[in-house]
Ligand binder design. Sequence first.
Ligand SMILES: Cc1ncc(COP(=O)(O)O)c(C=O)c1O
Length: 369
Amino acid sequence: MKRSWIEVDLNILQENVQAIRGAISPGTELICVVKANAYGHGAVPVAQRAAQAGANWFAVAYLEEALKLRAALPAVNLLVLGVVDPSDTELLLEHKVIPIVATEEHGMALALAARKFGRDLEAHIKIDTGMGRLGLPWERAPDMIRRLAKEPGLNITGMCSHFAKVEPAEPEAAGTQADRFFSIAKEAEDLLGRRLFKHLSSSRAILYQKDWDLNGIRPGIILYGYGTGKKDMRFRTRPILQWKAFVMQVRSVPAGLPIGYYGTYKTRQPTDIATLAVGYADGYLRILSNKGYVLVHGRRCPVVGRVSMNWIAVDVGPDSGVKRGDVAVLIGEQGNESVWANELAQKCITIPYEILTGIDSSIRRQYIY
Ligand SMILES: Cc1ncc(COP(=O)(O)O)c(C=O)c1O
């Protein structure tokens, strides 16, 4: 029996891109974040459709991801948000991929490598304004930028930072980071004598803060339809991914039958148990044992017993009429019911990002155009 599969609706992706585009300032570029294989959705098809919908910039974590995108999208702007090894500078130059400068030494090494090829490498300076992760520490950034600006081989065209926390009830956290960023950007622009391409906001900041649209925004999770829906947010997007599996087997069983490893569930009444070929090895997390719901025949049916490596059992109810080959929905909608990644995330004490990126990459992705 076939394995489970993913359906990605690129028409909804296009609507999501348009919803974001329609809400942000007309001069602001959309830098679509398509790292981690577009949060598990498939980087190339997602980027191609987003580009058709008007996005001109794409951001990834690793150079390899950028090179894959470059082969499919020769004309778009590509930015690597992670730290590119200076030994890969030739690839950056050849494929017109923009790295971030993560530390002063990193910038110096990139500049030196570019000079060896007699070229200028375009780069965006990353400022750590409070995330404590990557970037020039904000307190020392102006001096570092002064030194980097003098370095032949480095063409600083942009500047970015990343918020650690965007909570409307506690505006000071992101506000402080934004103030640091604006002050450093102004100093850098004065020093360089030109404007930089500045980008700061990812999904939550985009949803709440019009003032921080700047030259570019970096939407990730909202492209894929999660994180929106609160009434004080600027717009709403919809999930584009559904995860489905065929029912492999249905068995009518008596009351009191233990199900799965260690019999952690016992049927309470005579019922039908459907088995699906999906398990924790596919990214359907084991913590969903006796907690998750799957849609079958348009009804929410509980996952019973432990999620095992490749299979789960679902109680589809007595006289269900469910048969082998029927389609079950692990993430998505069927009839009037839905189970989205945020519901699974809540049950798994995580975030939809982890649910989506955790779906095994070897599971077939089908695209709806
Ligand atoms: C630097 C940077 N920008 C933007 C994003 C996109 O974030 P989100 O998916 O919350 O929009 C990420 C995601 O991790 C990131 O690391």
